[in-house]
Design a protein. Structure first.
Length: 550
């Protein structure tokens, strides 16, 4: 009996030892996932967690996702902060169901969580903004609207439907959307024009109340924006270029105000000039036209010269086109114009305002517009900007045309770095100050102007040819310390009393810089750095000044 009891005791100890050995010291970790959140048409946020239960972590974690019967995709290896992980899925298909789970491994075991599902939002029709009118003519309208959301699909078509309120007739105008970008693209910024639809509606019914509705279409359907109400006016329609004289007949000299649409060549402009008081040879006519609206006209080459040696070009307001039309008070240029050439409005002494149309990319000033007080720019133009009636480039870094009807003093905006050719030619500004950001000016910038005192940018190195030529009121100029070159005829005909020149080294001068200026060299006081006086006196040009001092 005693022997049996000992055996039973040993067996009990052995069994107890086996039971302790089979029970794991570190239970297996568990993985869990929550419902997907932040679900859009193409994205979703997945979240999961580890239940460690004893210290066996899973350093290699990733999410797996798939559509029924399709390839299983895996995220990169994720790091579990406080035993939780999160991952943003991108590039999903709209309106689709997905399964997902969390997977982990510690090198010894591999585990997965339960599987959950979610469904992405479906694509929808686009979302568009209100229509913004940018420029309007008697029979046309330039407008824009934004694609705020393309609904997840490419825009197939966009434009405007125009309804005549009285007749109920509807016409469709389709926009060019080739450059339209995807508003869901992260690289696209809301303040850029990439999502903006620009549309020009031509051939609108005249003298009519119209309802204009913008629209955009994708594969899901069509979205319509708010209705814009406009009223069109009257226009002379020239369907075939060269027919204006025949169309208006013998009464054409009696008109004082007219709007036009259609096409005009050199013959039409020649007729238009006669109607505004000046014939081909520069002789006055009985024409009474003082207000001209050409918004809906397209300039085309062909026909005869409108003035001697000047022919018509496509979409160009050519040299001398409105030259010497002293009666002309208002003119609206064609929306299709691309270039305004030099002296296009020369000596239009009654013209008070000029508007640069939407598509113009090149402008050169005209001389002799003595009543011109402002130069406007169409809101649709992306090349130029008007600031206080003065024409600048789009970034307001360069001034291009200052209206010579303006008087008094003028200082350039702080961001301007350049002044274009002839920008202040014959202007009535009396005192002018350049900010020190100016580093370049063009030819004859102040030629013939009324300026009396000028302060030049301290960083302007070159004073170009004829900059101040014939400025018969200019008595004082302060040049900058960076001045190192002065071109021919720069001060020709200027009654300067004082030139302040802080440059330590005498600037290079053209032989004709002070041409026809004997009295200037004799009477003008040249103020230079005291340490450089002797250098200036020995200089072959500057040394001709009889009065050089600090």
């Amino acid at each position: 009996m005693r022997h049996n009891a000992v055996i039973l005791s040993i067996l009990a100890v052995v069994m107890a030892g086996c039971q302790a050995y089979d029970e794991p010291h570190n239970p297996q970790p568990e993985l869990t996932v929550a419902d997907a959140v932040g679900i859009t048409r193409t994205e979703a946020v997945l979240a999961g967690a580890i239940s460690d239960n004893g210290g066996n972590g899973l350093p290699n974690l990733c999410f797996e996702w798939w559509q029924a019967g399709n390839t299983v995709f895996s995220s990169p290896v994720l790091s579990a902060g406080e035993n939780e992980v999160e991952y943003l899925l991108k590039g999903l298909k709209p309106g689709s169901s997905y399964c997902f789970r969390l997977k982990g491994s510690n090198g010894r075991v591999e585990m997965v969580s339960e599987t959950r599902q979610f469904e992405t939002l479906p694509n929808v029709v686009p979302v568009i903004s209100r229509l913004t009118p940018l420029a309007q003519g008697p029979a046309s309208l330039i407008a824009s609207f934004r694609i705020e959301d393309n609904g997840g699909e490419d825009i197939i078509e966009a434009g405007c439907n125009v309804r005549n309120v009285k007749s109920g007739n509807v016409t469709k105008h389709i926009a060019d959307i080739a450059s339209l970008s995807d508003p869901s693209d992260e690289s696209d910024q809301s303040d850029t024009p990439g999502n903006t639809v620009y549309i020009t509606m031509r051939g609108l019914e005249q003298n009519a109340d119209l309802e204009i509705t913008p629209y955009a279409v994708n594969a899901v359907g069509e979205a319509k924006g708010a209705i814009l109400d406009i009223t069109t006016g009257n226009a002379v329609s020239v369907s075939q270029p060269g027919m204006l004289a025949e169309l208006l007949g013998g009464d054409r000299m009696d008109y004082t105000s007219l709007s036009f649409s259609g096409f005009m060549n050199g013959d039409d402009i020649r007729t238009l000039r006669e109607m505004a008081g000046m014939d081909f040879y520069g002789k006055e006519t009985d024409g009474s036209l003082v207000d001209i609206n050409l918004t809906d006209v397209t300039f085309v080459e062909g026909g005869s010269n409108y003035i001697p040696s000047r022919n018509m070009k496509n979409d160009v307001v050519g040299y001398g086109m409105f030259q010497n039309l002293h009666k002309l008070k208002n003119v609206l240029l064609p929306n299709t114009v691309k270039t305004i050439e030099e002296q296009a409005f020369q000596d239009c002494s009654s013209l008070t305002s000029i508007t640069v149309p939407a598509e113009v990319t090149a402008v050169t000033p005209s001389d002799g517009c003595t009543s011109l007080e402002e130069i406007k720019v169409s809101p649709a133009n992306r090349s130029f900007k008007s600031v206080d009636g003065v024409l600048f480039d789009a970034g307001v870094t360069g001034i291009l045309w200052f209206p010579i009807g303006r008087k008094g003093e003028y200082s350039l905006p702080a961001g301007v770095t350049a002044i274009g050719d002839y920008a202040f030619r014959n202007s009535r500004i009396t005192h002018f100050t350049m900010n020190d950001n100016i580093t370049r000016i063009g030819r004859a910038v102040f030629c013939g102007s009324s300026v009396q005192k000028v302060v030049v940018s301290d960083n302007l190195a070159t004073i170009p040819q004829a900059t101040f030529q014939s400025c018969t009121s200019l008595t004082e100029i302060r040049l900058g310390s960076a001045t190192n070159l002065i071109g021919a005829f720069a001060f020709d005909g200027c009654p300067l009393a004082d030139i302040w020149l802080p440059a330590a080294i005498p600037p290079v001068c053209n032989d004709e810089t002070f041409s026809s200026s004997y009295e200037l060299l004799k009477q003008c006081r040249l103020h230079v750095p005291e340490s450089s006086i002797s250098q200036y006196r020995r200089h072959p040009v500057w040394g001709k000044f009889e009065n050089i001092s600090k």
